[in-house]
Design a protein around this ligand. Structure first.
Ligand code: G3P
Ligand code: CA
Length: 360
């Protein structure tokens, strides 16, 4: 690889990470879920910069491909929940009503305004969460993976604090169906930006166990890479991973991952798990009487880190068994014993950990 000033800086930052231990060695970690998305539109660069400044240990990127094979940072496979695509390209929706990113070139996507998630009532954009950044205000754009890495690495340089990345390969089955190999394309960019070894400040996550096994046994070794992998665990009914069974496309069945013996199987190809937090504490637990499922204990016994998603303080998002958002963090980080949390409010999680005697 040609050594540009940026590459030289990246190499230096990663050496510094090794020297200091980096975010993963600092104890429990705060992962900014889609950025500081409680305050700024998810996956906007300002939201990522805010998360960095708030002290997050890792910043998350969900990855999706464009028609012209670029990787963009976007949670959904489609553009319509968080952009004005329906106004700019009204004729480009699929029969299911969605405007898929994979049907657009990057230059077209760059014309769209990225905004806080909204629903439309006539000409009015209504915020899905009334306490978040107002949809349609100011100007945000969808960024490429490269643009986001340059922002995070640039801030690592200017602040002297190494913040890691937590990158998700979104729906590899869908990309494959569309003729694209998202994992291979993502690894190419990550390698170019200096993420090559297990010690580097990166977790690579996916809900798709087959893809993680492919990464571990084929793609990573073939590209001379050795990265930390995280198995995300979904409810089967969400339909996040689809597989073909008896000629029919059906949701992948995640039930086996909820059994204690699953953890040793996952540990054969991954370094951690990312479960929905309701898989760790029964949602109908009573205040002061938390019922823990045993997944964390089993995962730790298998040597896996545990980073549940997603901790939010918006109205209705804190379960009844917790008194408030900080109590929820306390329950998961210090009673259930997880190793880190995905949160839309990284400032509050960082503050909570910094104040806690066992936090940092
Ligand atoms: O990737 C962990 C967390 O982000 C959960 O999933 O749906 O928000 O990408 P999602
Ligand atoms: Ca994600």
């Amino acid at each position: 690889m040609k050594m540009t000033p940026l590459n030289t800086f990246v190499a230096a930052s990663l050496c510094a990470t090794l020297f200091t231990g980096g975010p993963a060695a600092a104890g429990k970690v705060v992962i900014a879920h889609r950025g500081a998305s409680g305050y700024l539109p998810e996956h906007s660069l300002p939201g990522k910069a805010a998360a960095h400044a708030m002290g997050a240990d890792y910043i998350e990127q969900d990855l999706v491909m464009t028609r012209d094979d670029r990787i963009i940072v976007l949670h959904d496979l489609y553009l319509d929940r968080v952009t004005n695509v329906a106004e700019v390209f009204p004729d480009r929706r699929r029969p299911d009503g969605h405007y898929y990113a994979i049907d657009f070139d990057l230059a077209e996507i760059k014309r769209l305004r990225l905004m806080e998630a909204f629903k439309r009532e006539g000409d009015t954009l209504l915020a899905i969460s009334p306490v978040r950044f107002p949809p349609g205000r100011s100007v945000f754009r969808i960024s490429t993976l490269e643009e986001e890495l340059e922002l995070i690495q640039g801030m690592n340089h200017s602040t002297g604090r190494v913040v890691g990345i937590y990158t998700e390969i979104k729906a590899p089955w869908f990309h494959r169906q569309e003729g694209k190999d998202l994992s291979r394309a993502a690894l190419t960019v990550l390698k170019q930006y200096g993420y090559t070894r297990r010690e580097d400040p990166l977790y690579l996550q996916s809900f798709d166990p087959q893809e993680l096994k492919r990464l571990r046994t084929e793609l990573l070794p073939a590209m001379g890479l050795d990265l930390k992998l995280v198995q995300l665990i979904a409810e089967t009914r969400w339909g996040l991973t689809m597989v073909i069974e008896d000629g029919r496309t059906v949701p992948y069945d995640y039930e086996w991952m909820k059994r204690p013996e699953a953890m040793a199987k996952i540990a054969a190809y991954a370094d951690g798990i990312g479960p929905w937090f309701n898989m760790l504490v029964r949602p109908d637990s009573a205040p002061g009487k938390i019922e823990v499922t045993g997944m964390v204990e089993a995962a730790h016994a298998a040597g896996l880190e545990v980073h549940p998603y997603t901790f939010r303080s918006d109205p209705g998002q804190v379960p009844a068994y917790a008194t408030d958002f900080e109590d929820l963090l306390d329950i998961f980080l210090f009673k259930v014993g997880v190793d880190g949390v995905f949160t839309d409010y990284p400032d509050r999680a960082v503050r909570f950990l910094n104040k806690h005697p066992q936090g940092r």
